[in-house]
Design a protein around this ligand. Structure first.
Ligand SMILES: Nc1nc2c(ncn2[C@@H]2O[C@H](COP(=O)(O)OP(=O)(O)OP(=O)(O)O)[C@@H](O)[C@H]2O)c(=O)[nH]1
Length: 446
C-alpha cells in the first residue's frame, strides 16, 4: 500500500529522470547548483588571474636573465674592441647579435659617455639616458609590459671601459602568454560546463529525498490522504526528518480514522433521531409530523405531473370501549393490529400515518377513478372490523373513513385535510363503519 501511494518507492535513477523540472526560483537543486557554480567560477577566475600574473612575471624574469646573459657575452667580446677603438669590429659584433628579432636597440658607450657603436631597429628611437648609463657599475635590467632594458658594464682586466645598453621588445613573450591564457580560459570554460552538469546531477541526487518529501507534503495537503508514507533513503538528517514526518502522518491518519468513526456514529445517531422524530413509537407507522410534510411533497408532485391524489381520514369506532373494557394495554394491541391489517392491503406508494389516539390518515397518490377509492375504503373498513383476539378474548372495533381528492375537492394540503376531516365526521354522523367522499356528503349527513 505504501509502495502504491508513494512515488518515492520508484528507483532513484528513474525518479530523477522523470522528475518534472521545478520552476527555477522554487527549486532548491537549481538554487544550490547556481550558488556552487558561482563559488566555483569565482575561485577559478581568481586562481586564473593569480596564475596568469605570476606566469607573466616569471616569464619576464626568465627572459631578462637570458637577455642579460647574452648581453654579458656581447659585452665581453666588445671590451678589447673598445680599448682599441675598433669600431668596425664592434659594429660587426653588434650585427651578429641583432639576428634576434626582439632586439630594438643596442648602444655601446665609452666611460666618458661618448657613443662608440650603436644599432636601432627601423622606426625605433633611442631612449637611453647617457648620464645614467655611464654610472652603471654592475649588470642590471628593467622591464615593463612592453620592453626589457639591460645595462652591462664592459670590463677589461677588472677595469670598466664602457657600457652596453640593450633594449628588447617583450611582444613575443606577451603573445605567447596571451595564447596560453586563451587556451587555459577555453579549458576552464569547458571544465565549468562539465562541472555545472555534474553539480546539478550530484545535488539532485543528494537532495532527492528532500524534494520527494516536499512533494509528498504537497500531495497530502491537497488530498488529505494521511495513509501516504515517505521513503527513508539514508539515516542522515533528512532521513530523520522523513521519519518524523511519517510519524506525524501516522498520527494524523489515526486522528482521521477516529474522526471518521465519530462522524459515522453521529450520522447514524442523527438518522435514528430523524427516524424517531417521524415515527409513531407504538405502531411504527409514520407520525403526524411526517404526514404533514409527506402530504405537501406528494401534492406538489401530483400537481407537477397532473396526477390525482386522494386523502383518507380514518377514525376508529368505539375504541374507547376497548380501553375501558379491556384496559389501555389491550387498546394498544388493537391499535398495532389495526395498523398492521390496514398496511397489508395498501400499495407500497400509499402512505398510512397515525395522527394520534385512534386517528389515522392515508395518502393515496394517483389512485385513479373514484370506484377504486371506494373499494379501498370498504376494504379498510372490513379489515378493521374483523374481531381481534386479545388475551383469548375477541375484541371488535370499526372504522369510519372520510375521503377527499385532489384536484376535485381541494387543490392544497390544508383544503384537502379540511375536506377529508369533514367527510369523516359526516360518515360518523351517518352511523359509523362507513365512509364518505367529500363533495358527496348529503344534507342528511351534514
Ligand atoms: N390504548 C390507547 N388508547 C389511546 C391512545 N391514545 C388515545 N387513546 C384513547 O382513545 C380513545 C379515543 O377516543 P374517541 O375516539 O373519542 O373514542 P371512540 O370510542 O373511538 O369514539 P368514536 O370515535 O365516536 O367511536 C380515548 O379514550 C383515548 O384515551 C393510545 O395510544 N393507546
Amino acid at each position: 500500500m505504501q509502495a502504491k501511494n508513494n512515488p518515492s518507492t520508484m528507483p532513484a535513477g528513474d525518479a530523477l529522470r522523470d522528475a518534472p523540472a521545478s520552476p527555477r526560483s522554487a527549486s532548491l537543486v537549481a538554487r544550490l547548483t547556481r550558488w556552487n557554480l558561482a563559488v566555483l567560477v569565482s575561485t577559478l577566475l581568481l586562481c586564473f588571474v593569480l596564475i596568469a600574473t605570476a606566469g607573466w612575471f616569471s616569464a619576464q624574469e626568465r627572459q631578462a636573465s637570458l637577455s642579460q646573459a647574452s648581453a654579458q657575452v656581447l659585452a665581453n667580446s666588445l671590451a678589447t674592441m673598445l680599448v682599441f677603438e675598433d669600431r668596425d669590429a664592434a659594429r660587426a659584433e653588434l650585427q651578429s647579435f641583432i639576428r634576434r628579432d626582439d632586439v630594438l636597440e643596442l648602444q655601446v658607450l665609452m666611460t666618458d659617455g661618448k657613443l662608440f657603436a650603436q644599432w636601432e631597429a627601423a622606426g625605433q628611437r633611442s631612449d637611453l639616458l647617457v648620464s645614467e648609463a655611464v654610472k652603471v657599475s654592475a649588470a642590471r635590467h628593467e622591464a615593463d609590459a612592453q620592453q626589457l632594458r639591460v645595462w652591462i658594464p664592459i670590463m677589461l682586466r677588472g677595469e670598466r671601459v664602457g657600457v652596453l645598453y640593450l633594449r628588447e621588445s617583450l611582444q613575443a613573450l606577451r603573445q605567447q602568454l596571451q595564447q596560453a591564457i586563451i587556451m587555459a580560459a577555453l579549458l576552464m570554460a569547458a571544465g565549468i560546463l562539465v562541472a555545472s552538469r555534474a553539480l546539478r546531477y550530484v545535488q539532485r541526487r543528494a537532495l532527492w529525498p528532500l524534494v520527494e518529501l516536499s512533494r509528498l507534503a504537497e500531495q497530502v495537503a491537497a488530498d488529505q490522504n494521511y495513509s501516504r508514507r515517505a521513503r527513508v533513503h539514508h539515516p542522515d538528517e533528512v532521513g530523520r526528518l522523513t521519519e518524523r514526518f511519517n510519524q506525524l502522518l501516522r498520527r494524523a491518519e489515526a486522528w482521521q480514522t477516529e474522526l471518521n468513526r465519530q462522524l459515522r456514529e453521529e450520522q447514524a445517531a442523527g438518522q435514528q433521531y430523524q427516524r424517531l422524530a417521524h415515527e409513531d413509537s407504538l405502531t411504527r407507522l409514520p407520525n403526524r409530523l411526517y404526514f404533514q410534510s409527506a402530504l405537501q411533497r406528494l401534492l406538489a408532485h401530483s400537481r407537477e405531473h397532473r396526477e390525482s391524489l386522494s386523502l383518507m381520514f380514518i377514525d376508529l369506532d368505539n375504541f374507547k370501549l376497548v380501553n375501558d373494557g379491556h384496559g389501555h394495554e389491550a387498546g394498544d394491541q388493537v391499535l398495532v393490529e389495526v395498523s398492521r391489517r390496514m398496511s397489508a392491503v395498501l400499495r407500497s406508494s400509499d402512505v398510512l400515518c397515525r395522527l394520534g389516539g385512534d386517528e389515522f390518515a392515508l395518502i393515496l397518490p394517483g389512485l385513479g377513478p373514484e370506484g377504486v377509492v371506494t373499494t379501498l375504503a370498504q376494504r379498510l373498513i372490513a379489515v378493521v372490523r374483523d374481531p381481534i383476539l386479545i388475551n383469548g378474548q375477541a375484541v371488535q372495533v370499526g372504522a369510519t373513513v372520510g375521503v377527499a381528492s385532489f384536484p376535485d375537492d381541494a387543490t392544497d394540503d390544508a383544503g384537502l385535510l379540511g375536506q377529508a376531516d369533514a367527510a369523516m365526521y359526516a360518515a360518523k354522523r351517518a352511523g359509523k363503519n362507513t365512509y364518505r367522499q367529500a363533495g358527496k356528503v348529503n344534507s342528511h349527513d351534514a
